[in-house]
Design a binder for this molecule. Structure first.
Ligand code: BGC
Length: 725
C-alpha cells in the first residue's frame, strides 16, 4: 500500500472506531462469566496476597499474584503522553526507549471542541501506553477550571461541565478501545494546587451536582472508564480519596461504578477511612527516606492484622481485589494476550498536529492582519523566549520525553524555507524574579523595525528550569500562579515592539488567561497557542500563514482582570485558614460573567476564523417529553474553507430559582467549504433544561419559557428561538 492509501485506511479505521463510540455500548466491567472467574481466583488467594494488591509495590506498580497468573498492575502518567520511564523508583532511567508522542495539553484539546479528536488523542495514548507495557494511563484530568490561577489548568479542560463531558468521553473510549485503562482524575474538587494536600473544599450540593460532577459522571456512565483517581484535597472535611460521600455514596453508589478507585500519589491518610470509604488501591504514599517499605503503606500489613483481629471483614478486602481483577480481565491482563500497540508512528504525530491545529484560537484579527501572505514576506522577526522553548518536560507529573518538539521558531522556519530571512530575538528572559531587560527589548525592537512581519511568542511557562518540577513555576503541579500578569517584563517588551510595528502578531502560550489590558487596545492580532505539543510549532506556523484556517474556541473565559473572576472577587482563592468556600456557587466562568453582566476580555466559546459564517433559520421541533431538537442553518459566506463550532445555549426565561443566564447544552463542530451550507441539529433532552433541586435531591426541569440561543461564543449569539416546555 502506498502512503496515501495507508493514511486513508487509517482515517477510515479511526472513523469506524469513533462510530462505535456513538452507537455501541462499551464492554461493561461486569459480566457473569468473568465474575465467576474472579470469584474462583479470590478463593485461591491468601489474605497476604489480597492485601498485597491494595497498595503500590514500586513508584508506579502494584503487586499481582504470580502463581495465580495475576500480573502486576503498571500505571503511568499521564494526560498528554506516556511519561518517561522511572523503573521501580523515582529516578528517570537512562538509555531506554521512552521518548514518545507529546500531544497538546488538556486545554488545547478542549479548545478543539471536537470529541472525535478527543477519541483520536486517547487512542494515541492507549496505543503508546500498551507498547510501553503500561496497563493504566493516568488521565484524563478533568477538574473544572475555577480560577485562572490554578497551576494545573493546562492539564485540565474547561470551566464548563458539558464541554468536559463530551471531550472526556471521547478521550476515555479512545484509550480503552486500545485495550488499556484510563484513569479519570482528580475526583473531586481539586481546583487549586498550592495547598492541594490539605485544603478543605466547601461547596453547595447544587454546585457539586451542576458544575463539579457532571464530567466525572459522564466519564463513568458514558465513557465506562475503568479506573478513577481520588484527589488530594479534602471535601467537606474528609480527604477526597477516602471520602464516603464522594466515593461510596456517589461514585460507587449512585453511578454504579464497578471499577477500581486508586488514590492520588500519597493521598491516603488513614487506614480505616480508606478501607471503608472506597479506596481500592493506595499509591505513592511518602514513607520517608528510601528504600520505601511498601508493606508499611496504610493499606499494607496493618490491614492483615485488622482482618485477622476481626476489625475489618474480609468481604471488604475481597470487593477491592474484585474491582482490580475486573479491570485486569477487561484489559486482557489475565488469561489473554494483548496486542502490542504502536510507538512514535507518523499517524500519532499527525494526531498531535491535528489537535494543535484545531485547538489554536484566533482571539483577535483587526484589519485582517492575519493570515500573513508567505509570498509577500522576505523577512520576519520572531520574538520571545517562548518561540524557541520546548515544553514537553515541564509541569510535573504530566511531563513527557518527546521524540521531538517543533518549537514555533522551528515551525516558522520549516514553513518558510530558505528564501525568507527569519530573525530571532529572545526579548525577555525566563528566570527567577526575571524583570524587563532593556537590552533584550532593544534587540527585539531592532529586528521588528526592519522586518516585513513580526510575531511575538509570549505568555506562561511551566517553570524556570523546564526539565525540573520547579516550585517557582507558573503552569505546574503544586503551584498556582501569583496573578494573571505575564512575568519577566513581557508587557514592556510587547508595548515596545507594538510601537515599532503596530501589525505585530501576538501569540500567547501556556495554560490560560493572561491580563492583556496594558496593550490589547494597540494590538491587532492575538492568537492563543496553549502548550500545543510536539507539532505545535508546525501548527502555529500553518495558522499564521493561513495554511490552516483556525477553528479553536476558548474552553474558558478570559477575564479582563483577575478580580473579575468570581472566585477572586469573593476572595475565595485559595481560601483562608485551610478552607476554601466556593461562594460563587454555580456561577463559575461564563455562567457568572453572563449573569452578572461583567464584560470578559474574551468570552467562553470565542474564536475567530479566516472565513465568515452566517446563521439562519433557527428552528425547534418537539421530539419527546421535555425534549426538543434544535436546528440552525449555517453557511460559510467567506472565500476559504473552514470550521465553525455551533454552540447551543439554553436560557430559562423568568426561572423559579436562581439560574445562570444561559448554559451550554449542545455543540457541533462543522466543516464547510467556501460557499457551502449545512443544517445542524442538536437534541436537547430533559437534562438540558434541568437544575439540581437540593431539597428534592434530584434534577428538575421546570415547565415554562426557554430561549435556545445559538451562536459562536457565549456572548455572540447569532440566532435564537423561544419554546415553552
Ligand atoms: C498527581 C497525579 C499523578 C500522580 C502520579 C500526583 O502528584 O497529582 O495527577 O498522576 O502524581 O505521578
Amino acid at each position: 500500500m502506498n502512503k496515501k492509501v495507508i493514511g486513508f485506511a487509517g482515517s477510515i479505521l479511526s472513523s469506524v472506531l469513533w462510530l462505535s463510540v456513538l452507537t455501541a455500548q462499551a464492554q461493561n466491567l461486569v459480566n457473569p462469566k468473568t465474575e465467576a472467574k474472579i470469584t474462583a481466583l479470590i478463593k485461591k488467594m491468601t489474605l497476604a496476597e489480597k492485601v498485597g494488591m491494595l497498595h503500590a509495590n514500586s513508584s508506579f506498580t502494584s503487586a499481582g499474584v504470580k502463581q495465580l497468573g495475576i500480573p502486576e498492575l503498571v500505571t503511568s502518567d499521564g494526560p498528554h503522553g506516556v511519561r518517561l520511564e522511572h523503573g521501580r523508583g523515582w529516578t528517570p532511567l537512562k538509555n531506554v526507549n521512552d521518548a514518545g508522542t507529546y500531544l497538546p495539553t488538556g486545554n488545547a484539546l478542549a479548545a478543539t471542541w471536537n470529541p472525535k479528536l478527543g477519541y483520536d488523542f486517547g487512542a494515541v495514548l492507549g496505543s503508546e501506553a500498551k507498547f510501553r507495557g503500561k496497563d493504566v494511563i493516568l488521565g484524563p484530568g478533568i477538574n473544572i477550571i475555577r480560577s485562572p490561577l490554578n497551576g494545573r489548568n493546562f492539564e485540565y479542560q474547561s470551566e464548563d461541565p458539558y464541554l468536559i463531558a463530551q471531550m472526556a468521553v471521547g478521550y476515555i473510549k479512545g484509550v480503552q478501545d486500545q485495550g488499556v485503562s484510563a484513569s479519570l482524575k482528580h475526583f473531586a474538587a481539586n481546583n487549586e494546587e498550592v495547598d492541594r494536600g490539605t485544603v478543605n473544599v466547601e461547596m453547595s450540593e447544587r454546585a457539586l451536582r451542576e458544575i463539579y460532577l457532571p464530567g466525572f459522571e459522564a466519564a463513568v456512565k458514558k465513557g465506562q472508564v475503568n479506573t478513577v483517581m481520588g484527589a488530594y484535597n479534602k471535601f467537606r472535611g474528609q480527604y477526597a480519596t477516602e471520602n464516603k460521600y464522594l466515593i461510596n455514596d456517589i461514585l460507587k453508589g449512585e453511578w454504579g461504578f464497578k471499577g477500581l478507585v486508586m488514590s492520588d500519589w500519597g493521598a491516603v491518610h488513614n487506614t480505616m477511612e480508606a478501607l471503608e470509604n472506597g479506596t481500592d488501591l493506595e499509591m505513592g504514599s511518602d514513607l520517608g527516606t528510601p528504600p520505601l517499605k511498601y508493606s508499611q503503606f496504610f493499606l499494607g500489613d496493618t490491614v492483615i492484622t485488622l482482618v485477622k483481629n476481626g476489625k475489618v471483614p474480609i468481604t471488604l478486602i475481597d470487593d477491592k481485589v474484585r474491582r482490580i481483577l475486573r479491570v485486569m480481565f477487561k484489559t486482557n491482563m489475565i488469561g489473554a494476550k494483548r496486542t502490542v500497540g504502536a510507538y512514535n508512528t507518523k499517524a500519532h504525530q499527525q494526531t498531535a498536529l491535528k489537535v494543535a491545529e484545531e485547538g489554536i484560537v484566533l482571539l483577535k484579527n483587526e484589519d485582517n492582519v492575519l493570515p500573513l501572505a508567505k509570498e509577500k514576506i522576505k523577512s520576519i522577526a520572531i520574538i520571545g523566549q517562548n518561540a524557541d522553548r520546548e515544553n514537553a518536560m515541564g509541569g510535573g507529573s504530566s511531563q513527557v520525553k518527546a521524540k521531538y518538539e517543533i518549537t514555533p521558531l522551528h515551525g516558522i522556519k520549516n514553513l518558510l524555507g530558505n528564501g525568507v530571512n527569519v530573525q530571532y530575538a529572545q526579548g525577555y528572559k525566563i528566570a527567577r524574579n526575571g524583570q524587563a531587560d532593556s537590552a533584550l527589548i532593544n534587540e527585539a525592537v531592532k529586528i521588528a523595525t526592519k522586518a516585513d512581519a513580526t510575531v511575538i511568542f509570549c505568555g506562561w511557562t511551566h517553570g524556570y528550569d523546564y526539565k525540573k518540577w520547579d516550585d517557582n513555576a507558573y503552569d505546574a503541579e503544586g503551584v498556582d500562579k501569583p496573578d494573571m500578569d505575564m512575568p519577566f517584563g513581557q508587557n514592556e517588551l510587547i508595548k515596545a515592539v507594538l510601537k515599532a510595528n503596530p501589525n505585530t502578531i501576538i501569540v500567547l502560550m501556556g495554560g490560560g488567561p493572561i491580563d492583556v489590558r496594558e496593550w490589547v487596545g494597540k494590538s491587532k492580532a492575538i492568537i492563543e497557542g496553549w502548550y500545543p505539543g510536539m507539532e505545535g510549532g508546525t501548527a502555529l506556523a500553518k495558522v499564521i500563514f493561513g495554511e490552516v484556517n483556525p477553528s479553536g474556541k476558548l474552553p474558558m473565559t478570559f477575564p479582563k482582570k483577575l478580580e473579575d473572576s468570581p472566585a477572586h472577587k469573593l476572595g475565595e482563592f485559595p481560601g483562608v485558614n485551610g478552607v476554601v468556600h466556593y461562594k460563587e456557587d454555580i456561577f463559575v466562568g461564563y455562567r457568572y460573567f453572563d449573569t452578572y453582566k461583567v464584560e470578559p476580555q474574551f468570552p467562553f466559546g470565542h474564536g475567530l476564523s479566516y472565513t465568515t459564517f452566517y446563521y439562519e433559520n433557527a428552528a425547534i421541533q418537539r421530539t419527546g417529553d421535555k425534549q426538543v431538537t434544535a436546528s440552525v442553518t449555517l453557511k460559510n459566506t467567506g472565500k476559504r474553507d473552514g470550521a465553525e463550532v455551533v454552540q447551543f445555549y439554553v436560557e430559562p426565561i423568568n426561572p423559579r430559582v436562581s439560574r445562570p443566564r444561559k448554559e451550554l447544552k449542545g455543540f457541533q463542530k462543522v466543516f464547510l467549504k467556501a460557499g457551502e451550507t449545512k443544517t445542524i441539529k442538536v437534541v436537547l433532552n430533559k437534562d438540558a433544561f434541568s437544575y439540581y433541586d437540593e431539597k428534592k435531591k434530584t434534577w428538575v426541569a421546570d415547565n415554562g419559557k426557554y430561549l435556545i440561543a445559538i451562536g459562536n461564543s457565549s456572548k455572540d449569539i447569532q440566532v435564537s428561538k423561544e419554546l415553552v416546555l
